[in-house]
Design a protein around this ligand. Structure first.
Ligand SMILES: [Zn+2]
Ligand SMILES: [Zn+2]
Ligand SMILES: [Zn+2]
Length: 331
């Protein structure tokens, strides 16, 4: 007798022993040696018990799967517990999602010298990426003598093929020194606290009453800082002097000088940046009778000249006395 199966993928037969291979129907036929007689029966192969594999969600980095059932006999996968719908291992896979990083979060040190960047995964906040950060800097605003300059620090990070940057401004450039000229900064206008104006010309001058020209004094304080003039500690009315630019030149008017008593006086040129002081001397007018010496040529303040004037005055008085005497004698 010979045995045969019409679908050996479902079942095979050997000397009447049928072996199941996969679910399905197969017709097993037996034939006598002479071929005159046959018998057949239909064999239905069913799957063995099904093992359940529960669903497993995918993570950012690992695949997950949908639930499925596996035949213990043939290993076929089913998507239902009843084993009616076949599936494949590939079809049960839920691919890993990959991270879902959001915007970079930058963290700067106060001085701008250090910075880190963190990308946080939206799927799982414990997934963090901290790519290397490089920092460059450049001057954004130069320092002045009153305000610090500003440095702009730029942090750069490469992540997932994209370049990210962030900037931070830090006022860390020290203020510059003032550019003092004549007691005041030419840049910001600040007054130099160490500046002490002095009389650079005209100090210790002498003026003789009767002179037509005034008496000039020069302070090295800036003209723009001029405040007032003081003589002997008292403010001088504007009518008593004039002031000209080119540092500060104060000329006391002759009309004012005439009002001062003969002798030494102090002069103060008061400026915003300080006060320059000096002395000057008022000398008495020459005797009216004397016309041998032009007033302007007399350099008073020189003791020998004062002595000369006294001599001339006495001499003049002497001549007058003699004249009177002679007149009286004639009478
Ligand atoms: Zn099976
Ligand atoms: Zn993630
Ligand atoms: Zn300044």
């Amino acid at each position: 007798m010979t045995w045969s199966s019409d679908d050996e993928s479902v079942a095979t037969v050997n000397d009447g022993v049928v072996t199941a291979h996969s679910a399905g129907n197969a017709t097993i036929t037996v034939t006598t040696g002479d071929g005159n007689r046959t018998a057949a029966c239909v064999v239905t192969v069913t799957h063995g018990s099904l093992t359940h594999t529960p669903g497993n969600a995918a993570t950012c980095t690992e695949n997950g799967n949908v639930e499925y059932w596996t035949c213990e006999t043939c290993g076929t996968h089913f998507s239902d517990a009843g084993g009616s719908t076949q599936t494949t291992p590939a079809q049960t896979v839920i691919p890993a999602s990959g991270h879902s990083y959001g915007e970079p979060v930058w963290s700067w040190s106060e001085d701008g010298k250090n910075c880190t960047v963190t990308f946080i995964c939206a799927n799982d906040k414990t997934h963090r990426a901290t790519p290397e950060v490089t920092i460059t800097s450049e001057v954004k605003t130069a320092a002045s003598c009153t305000e610090k300059g500003v440095t702009e620090y730029t942090a750069t990070a490469e992540f997932d093929g994209t370049t990210y940057t962030d900037t931070k401004d830090v006022a860390d450039i020290p203020v510059t020194d003032h550019h003092y000229e004549n007691g005041r900064c030419s840049v910001c206008g600040a007054i130099d606290s160490g500046f002490e104006p002095v009389i650079t010309a005209g100090g210790g001058g002498t003026w003789q009453k009767g002179s037509r020209n005034g008496l000039s004094f020069t302070s090295n304080a800036a003209f723009a800082d001029f405040v007032k003039v003081q003589v002997d500690g008292r403010d001088l009315a504007a009518s008593g002097y004039e002031v000209r630019e080119s540092s500060t030149i104060v000329t006391l008017h002759a009309s004012y000088l005439e009002t001062l008593p003969v002798g030494d006086h102090t002069l103060a040129i008061v400026s915003d940046t300080g006060t320059a002081t000096t002395k000057f001397t008022i000398q008495a007018a020459p005797a009216a009778e004397d016309n041998t010496q032009p007033l302007q040529t007399v350099q008073t303040g020189d003791n020998s000249n004062i002595a000369l004037w006294i001599v001339l005055l006495l001499a003049s008085a002497g001549i007058f006395g003699i004249t009177v005497y002679r007149k009286r004698k004639k009478q």
